[in-house]
Design a protein around this ligand. Structure first.
Ligand code: BTN
Length: 332
């Protein structure tokens, strides 16, 4: 841990009303008071609001509202051996950064966080709006060595875990639209993108990326998504702490991965799927390129495929596609 991180953690430990004296900080770090001032200056330049009082010492005047890896770590309290965070202010795409780290031989699991992305990607080759600070762009890289058929359930399992986390954080239930859109009242607040390198027998490595809108952009949503997008802050009564949320997310995703590998997740998966599935029983259209399949959603099969009752009464399963909900069909 760097000296700056130690200073920051001491201020966070002291809480909003607590002061830490310069002498104490110097003692804890084993450095001079002048070195402590330099660390405090650097933390101020990084955006932390630090008060100094001659008789009492230093305190954080307000909790940081921007994502910072040392604050995320203060919330998550990683144990030795837990994955460290690869943090960037701006990156092309956290999924790409995670893939590069895997290719460079970094130990997995690993976590990539960024404040902004220049080329954030969504499913089906779409862009993911990531130019502004204040949202969460996270990727998790794994080397699971399981057969490729389990990939689809992996993505859905991660999706329901993210929903469960958001539900406990925001105290408002989100919905999951197969395969991986997190919705509030039909509007999208989060999207997930899983990318894998695999051969016929096994997955070599896999990156799970999550983009979560924490607060709406000050300048408003871009026109092309304005009628479809929302942010968690629009559904919570208290302001959302991005560092606390990121810490809880890292914890949840890593735990979900461990139970996925151990195979111990199936019962819980079914329960969570029923809790968050927004499609069940709904009439919808599944778009597969130019093809449009109309049907009624019946849930998912064991491999995570979408089950649809087709207009001729047959049930079929689908592995891929984009769902749009149809208005209810009026019957004579
Ligand atoms: C979708 O809904 O189409 C999926 C969106 C996934 C976006 C996230 S943001 C973090 C990670 N990095 C990316 O480039 N994409 C994913």
């Amino acid at each position: 841990m760097t000296s700056e991180t130690l200073v920051l953690h001491a201020l966070l430990d002291a809480g909003p009303d607590g002061f830490v004296s310069g002498e104490e900080l110097a003692g804890r770090l084993g450095v001079s008071r002048v070195a402590v001032w330099q660390h405090l200056d650097r933390l101020r330049s990084a955006g932390f609001a630090i008060d100094g009082r001659r008789s009492r010492g230093y305190r954080l005047a307000s909790p940081p509202t921007f994502l910072h890896p040392a604050v995320v770590d203060w919330h998550r309290r990683p144990a030795p051996g837990d994955p460290s965070i690869h943090f960037s202010d701006t990156v092309d795409s956290t999924n790409d950064e995670a893939s590069r780290l895997l290719a460079a031989g970094e130990t997995a699991p690993l976590v990539v966080l960024a404040r902004r992305q220049e080329r954030g990607r969504g499913r089906l080759g779409r862009a993911w709006h990531s130019a502004v600070e204040g949202n969460l762009y996270a990727s998790f890289a794994f080397r699971p060595r399981v057969e490729p058929a389990r990939m689809q359930t992996f993505t859905l399992w991660m999706g329901v875990n993210v929903c469960a986390l958001v539900a406990s954080f925001c105290r408002v239930a989100p919905g999951l639209k197969w395969p991986n859109d997190l919705l509030f009242s039909g509007r999208k607040a989060g999207g997930m993108l899983t990318e894998a390198r695999l051969d016929a027998d096994q997955i070599h490595d896999l990156v799970f990326g999550l983009g979560m809108n924490l607060r709406p952009p000050d300048e408003g949503w871009p026109a092309e998504i304005a009628n479809r997008a929302t942010a968690l802050a629009e559904h919570t009564s208290a302001p959302l702490d991005p560092n606390k949320f990121a810490a809880a997310l890292i914890h949840r995703v890593l735990a979900a991965y461990a139970s996925f590998l151990a195979g111990a997740y199936r019962d819980e998966f079914a329960d969570l799927w029923h809790r968050f599935d927004v499609l069940k029983g709904r009439a919808l259209v599944l778009h597969q390129g130019e093809r449009e399949i109309h049907g009624q959603a019946l849930g998912i099969d064991d491999e995570g495929g979408l089950l649809l009752r087709l207009p001729d009464g047959r049930t079929d399963r689908f592995r891929a596609g984009e769902v749009s909900l149809s208005p209810p069909v009026s019957r004579p």
